[in-house]
Structures are given as C-alpha cells and as structure tokens.
Design a protein around this ligand. Sequence first.
Ligand code: TMP
Length: 394
Amino acid sequence: MSYGRMPIANGFLTPDQYKDEYFFELKPAFCDHCLTFQIEEQPAPEAMFHDHYAFFSRTSKFMQTHFKEYAAWVCDHHLKGDSAGLFVVELGSNDGIMLENFAKRGIRHLGVEPSANVAEEARKHGVNTIVRFFGPDTAADIVTEYGQADALIAANVMCHIPDLNGIAKGADLLLKRDGVLIFEDPYLGAMIEKTSYDQIYDEHVFIFSALSVANIFAAYGFELIDLLPQHTHGGSMRYVLARKGARSVAPSVAEITASEKAAGLHLPETYEQFRKNCETSKEDLVRILKEEKAAGRRVVGYGATSKSTTILNYCGIGPDLVEFISDTTPIKQNKFTPGMHIPVKPYEAFSENYPDTALLFAWNHQTEIMEKEKSFSAQGGKWIVHVPKVKVLG
Ligand code: TMP
C-alpha cells in the first residue's frame, strides 16, 4: 500500500524553499509477526524535529484540559508517597503543557524534548527541559544526574520514534523497580474503524494497538497493566506498562486485547479492506471539492494540521480546489502547505470573509471548533468532514 510521494507533514514553507523540498514515499505496512502497523520509510528525525518545529501543543484549549486531567490521573493512580520524593520524566514534552501540572504540584520532573524552540517555550512555563532525543544514553545521563524515575510518560510521542528498542532499553534503565511507563497515541483500532488514514504521516512511524505494544515491550520485561481509550486525536489509547509481575493487571487489558482480535487487527485482510476504504474516501472527497468548484463556491481549509498533508498530497488537492487554509499557529501562517503549496493564513482570513464551505482538516477538534464557529454555520456556511466518511454538514 502506498500514499505516494509525500513531503514532511509539518514542513510549511515559503516559495523560495520549493526547489529544495524533501519528499519520500509514504508506504504503510503491517507485520503479521509482531502485529505492528508502521510506515516503511521515514525521513531522518533531524528533518522533522528541530529548532523551528511547527507544532505547539498549547494551541488547543481542549488539549490543555486533557493534559491537566492526564497528569492528575498519573498522580492519583500511579505515584505513591510524598511528592518531594517523586521524579517524573516526559518524552517529547513539547511546550510543557503536561509537565507544568507536575511542576505545580511540586513534583520533581524533567522534559526530554528534541525540538529546541518548543523546549524554550516549556522553560518559560517553569518546566525543566533538556533538548535531546531519548534513548539508553540519555536515560543513563538522567539517572546519573537525577536518580531513577517513578514514571516515564509520553503523549503523542512514542509513535514518532522508530527505535522502540532504544526506548524500551532506556525505560528499563530509567525506571525504578516498580516504576511505570505510560503513553498515549493515536489508536489503530480507531483509525481502521474510521478510515482516518491522515493519522499516517512521516512523524507517525507506528500506529499502535494493545497487541503490538504488548509484543514490543515484552522483549524488555514489561507487561501491559492497564489500557484506557481516549477521545484525543480522533481516538487514542493510553497504555500503562510495568515490569512483569511488579503491579496488578487491570481487566481492561484482556478486554481490549479481545476486542482487537474481534476487529481483526491481527489479520492482513483487515488492512486490505482499509486500503480499499482509503481509495473510496479519496474519490469521494475529490468529487465533492470539484462539485463545489463547478458551482462557483469558495472552499477554505480549517486547521493546517500535520494530518492534512497526507490528505492533500494523496488526493492531489491544491490551491485550485482549496483557496487557503486558516490556522491559529503563528509559525505556519503566511507560509504554504507542504507538497501542494496551498497558502496558510491567520484565522482572521476565515472569520473576516467567510467562505461558502470549510473543509475541516482539524476534525479531531470538531466539537471545540463547531462551538466556536456557530456564526459561520448560522449564516449558511457548510462544513466538509472526511472522517469517518466524507460528508457535507449544514
Ligand atoms: P492537531 O490536529 O495536530 O492537534 O493540530 C491542530 C492544528 O489546527 C493546529 O495547527 C492548530 C489548528 N487549529 C486551528 O487553526 N483552530 C482551532 O480552533 C483548533 C482547535 C486548531
């Protein structure tokens, strides 16, 4: 299966950079041995995570609330004892949106974040951060300087890391004997169910399931002890792992593993059907956009998400079909989308001159956005959403 030639999903650029734009072939694959779903080729991590990384977690209020709740849940369920003796490390701590909640509780913490610009933002929020990729070397250095950790946590990061063996080795070095590894990422079960293939892009090497996570970490002595489905990113899963036998295993592990088998997540034919569903989704979306254009209606994209790069490039949607994309992230504004070169404009370009139709690329923030954009809908604005099926709302 291939989505064809793809640029870096967060590689928003200016016209003088077009000639040097980086492309690779976005080919997902399923391994029926270890049951991972992953992309075959990934650009070098340094091409994606650097001092001008375009994704700041703080842009969504919903995500701020989510991370506050995530941190509270970690504290309530997995951190025992006096907060002064605890130590929590986060992988890919971005702008500190999660760790600031530990900092406020007076818990010793450390963010490990390879993108210098977002790490700088975290420090402004009182979050102790080092600019590094995580692996056994980083883990060893952290242990030397701070001691072992009670929890190693991550959100929307683990699926970015090709060397999962390095992560598992690092976790083994870093965590205390009864320490926990907790992470959440877009969930394979949700992606297959909703044909949300836009979860697949350069940064997401893996789309995990409980079956694959259990296999990967079992090799390093860890077992799943709990699983918690999440609404974030259009359907995610929180995985909780501990050293085998160190903690009790919640019933969710057997339940969700059984539901994955019932959905065929361990079978190649499930992914054959997924490929066909992607092709149908592409045909439907391009047809609707062409109909809008033929009817003389203006279509504007809402949210220049990383996910939209896969949609736009796989479907061949350029500025002829989508006039521009509005986005609230300053670093993306007044640039052009990777590969298809659609202009990205500030939010005001949308609100001050409503189009006829908005194509909702940030579909995972649909509730928050629909609430915010009531006046667009009230004056007759329509929405195109492509997940779980391509349709026009309003
Ligand atoms: P995400 O789907 O990866 O969280 O990225 C969301 C992108 O959408 C990010 O670039 C910010 C943008 N966005 C808006 O422009 N308006 C909004 O109301 C929301 C929630 C996000």
